[in-house]
Design a protein around this ligand. Sequence first.
Ligand code: PHE
Length: 338
Amino acid sequence: MEEKIQALREDAVEAAGEAGTLQAIEDVRVRFLGRRSELTRLRKGIGSLPAEERPTVGKLLTDLQGDITTALETRTVAIREEERRRAIEAERLDISLPGRRRALGGYHPITQTKIRMCEIFRGLGFEEVEGPEVETEYYNFDALNTPSHHPARDMHDTFYITDSVLLRTHTSPMQIRYMEQRQPPIRIVVPGRVYRRDADVSHSPMFHQLEGLLVDRDVRFSDLKGVLAVFAREMFGADTRVRFRPSYFPFTEPSAEVDITCIFCDGDGCRVCKRTGWIEVLGAGAVDPEVFRAVGYDPEEYTGFAFGMGIDRATMLRCRINNIRILFENDMRFLTQF
Ligand code: PHE
């Protein structure tokens, strides 16, 4: 009997040791410990043994069951461990492999200039708004006191879509649109694309402007000067000075062209400023009373100023290029420098 139990133990321990999967372990358990196993059969037979042998055989069988159970458990732990190891191996990350870098986009130099300009004006209390690029003659010209015989209206200068609809020639129509909708005080800047029939090294048929408009009680020309002087210093450097030259726009009176000291020669005179020491950057003036009348404001109650500057021109200065077309060719060798 003892040998038989010992042989059973060896068989079971060997079978457990050879089981390679959890299913195989289960099969071994059923085979050696199950209801129809040899062990169960032997246990049932205890009753028919002589009484003095029963405790000894009972103990042997209990030990056998314990040993088989232990062998199965040991093997189960080993299989689980092995499975875990294999899973980790299969999902292993090769951290030495360089990542795939996404090409990062960036702002176009003109957009960078626009963002900087708006940022400076935001600091001075101006809100940024935008208007339509396809405009009516009314907003682009009439309401801006620009009579029908004005040269800007000429087919040679302007892209017409119909007789009275056109691509805006400046961002000034947004002055009218905004004032129609609101009451003073008003402080806005309007960046956007504008269109003129014009193309050479410093002119493109599509270019960008930033319009400014401030309307309130007691606004003076000196407020315009102060705002533009602060802007020029912030935008082009702390030493930059501004100069106002008398000019004419139908929608401002008085009007001025505004120059800044040349940022390349500090006003000494160079090729960029054509030896004058000054660079023209914008047109400006006090809002003409006729413009206020067009939007139903009382010119006796309100005064204001407006200005319009070229974003592309400022970008050319910043990027130190003298051909505007470079800005629109989208050559990455140029764009990635900024
Ligand atoms: N709209 C004018 C232009 O395009 C610039 C300007 C704007 C002048 C506002 C005065 C006031 O030339």
